[in-house]
Ligand binder design. Structure first.
Ligand SMILES: Cc1ncc(COP(=O)(O)O)c(C=O)c1O
Length: 501
């Protein structure tokens, strides 16, 4: 139905109050129905099915609509064409990448945040205080002091860029360079950074953008469990310092994306403190496991970092995008980013219009959405205990999956497993070459993903291709793991037989 069709429906204008309250309710209830139907049906649908080529062509080929479209027609399209083709991460059998289902209160909160539509750059408005509340919760969980700076960002890539920007400011100042004014244009020292081979690519991206350059990132040796070696880090730092280079940051992982490995954070913090080098901990995926007795000890060292990134949109299931950065040195964070432009008054006035010091002066974004509401609502709903139970359940599901893999003679488990990630590969019952097995496992992964019953992803560990299952769905069931193993064996055997024929 369009405006021209009549039917009592009026063409929308830009102003939300032009919608009568009853019409907001009617359309809103339809949205709620779509949400409920979509989530209820998800587990009965294929985990994933690709968008058919004709539809994907159609989706990008429609010109800017000239005429208005009725809300019901828009919702019908969303139901039939958009909700019908998700990537699969709401399904309990999905275990690809680090993509979780959405927490229900987060879904509702996102709509309410959009209803208020605040610009959380700053101001004496509730949204600002809710963001401070959320930041305070994460400071408490991760052992950061209340005085630390921080903010919600799109994800850990943005968190890393924000934190490493401050680390660069510190390192440049130490080298006598005013990086804000001169950039690194006239530097007579070489800036360096350090992470293990398992460090996430987002740090490379950030360091490239910050002018450090990827050739100055030292890849620190790791042990058999793919955890950074503090001794190798110490040697690399000592050599660079001896030779006049300026380390910007060490980036340690609190849960690597490939295997969930947790670097020895305490020992790494010792090395960083000894040399006065910034420590950034990437807790994008793993940090929330600090809630569990199993991982609280291994993750306690996060508290010793200068900055930490974590993603409530990963293991905590807050709807994407919800990343978070904490930086201990609030004054230097402000010194790195603040511009205090005259058209804003960001100095802070707790009782007036401006409210607390503005977030926009402590990071990269000026206009900022109300991400905090969905984090606040999700954590309020589940509480610490609820999140602990949800995370422990996924740890149990991962342990069961690992046990099924171990019991299968034609599969090889990557050990040690860590957090809720299980990596394994099909190896068959005869000696196929490594290259052939890699090709089989790549094809196996694709076939499983397209099959619609399970959805692992793949990765390369020590040069070999593995299937990788990362369980962050609190509704994951024991039979999801059994099915993954059964199908991996069946499809793997068929693919291997074509190699032998
Ligand atoms: C360990 C780890 N670090 C960093 C990132 C980057 O985070 P984001 O994608 O939220 O920017 C990811 C993303 O999967 C990750 O798993």
């Amino acid at each position: 139905m369009t405006a021209e069709d009549g039917g009592g429906w009026r063409a929308p204008t830009a102003h939300p109050t032009d919608w009568p309250a009853d019409e907001i309710r009617r359309v809103g209830y339809r949205v709620v129905d779509l949400i409920a139907d979509h989530l209820a049906r998800l587990p009965t649908r294929p985990v994933f099915r690709p968008v058919p080529p004709a539809l994907s062509r159609e989706l990008v080929a429609t010109p800017v609509p000239m005429a208005a479209t009725a809300p019901d027609a828009i919702l019908d399209s969303i139901r039939d064409v958009i909700l019908a083709y998700p990537m699969g991460n709401g399904h309990p059998a999905f275990s690809g990448w680090v993509n979780s289902p959405p927490a229900m209160m987060g879904i509702f909160a996102d709509a309410l945040a959009a209803t208020m539509n605040p610009n959380v750059a700053g101001g004496n408005q509730a949204a600002v205080y809710i963001e401070h509340e959320v930041l305070g919760w994460f400071k408490e969980l991760l052992g950061f002091p209340p005085s630390a700076s921080g903010q919600l960002v799109s994800g850990s890539s943005a968190a890393a860029l924000t934190a490493l920007g401050v680390a660069r400011h510190v390192a440049a100042t130490r080298a006598g360079i005013d990086a804000r004014h001169a950039g690194l244009q006239h530097a007579t020292t070489t800036f360096t950074a350090y992470q293990s081979e398992q460090g996430h690519s987002c740090h490379r991206k950030a360091l490239e953008v910050l002018g450090i350059g990827s050739s100055h990132i030292r890849v620190i040796e790791s042990d058999a469990a793919l955890r950074m070696s503090p001794a190798a880090l110490e040697a690399a730092l000592a050599r660079d310092l001896r030779e006049g280079r300026t380390p910007v940051a060490v980036i340690a992982s609190a849960g690597t994306v490939d295997t969930g490995g947790i670097d020895p954070l305490d020992a790494i913090a010792d090395v960083c403190h000894m040399h006065g080098v910034w420590l950034h901990v990437d807790g994008a995926y793993g940090a929330p496991a600090i809630l569990t007795a199993r991982y609280a000890g291994a993750l306690a060292g996060i508290a010793r970092a200068d900055s930490v990134a974590t993603d409530p949109h990963k293991w905590m299931s807050v709807p994407i995008e919800a990343g978070l950065v904490l930086i201990k040195d609030a004054a230097t964070t402000r010194a790195t980013y603040a511009h205090d432009p005259p058209y804003l008054r960001t100095d802070g006035d707790p009782e007036g219009v401006t409210g607390p010091p503005w977030f926009s002066e402590l990071g990269l974004q000026q206009t900022r959405g109300f991400r905090a509401l969905k984090v606040w609502a999700s954590i309020s709903h589940l509480g610490r205990a609820g999140y602990r139970a949800a995370i422990e359940h996924t740890l149990d599901m991962a342990a069961q999956l690992a046990a099924h893999v171990q019991a299968a003679p034609d599969l090889e488990l990557w050990e040690p497993t860590s957090l809720s990630i299980v990596c394994f590969r099909y190896v068959g019952d005869c000696a196929l070459s490594s290259a052939v097995l890699d090709a089989i496992n790549r094809a196996l992964c694709t076939e499983l993903q397209l099959g619609g019953d399970v959805f692992p992803t793949s990765t390369v560990l020590r040069g070999r291709t593995y299937l990788r299952s990362c369980i962050v769905h609190a509704g994951s069931r024991p039979d999801d793991g059994e099915r993954l193993v059964r199908l991996a064996r069946e499809v793997g055997a068929r693919l291997a037989s074509t190699q032998r024929a």
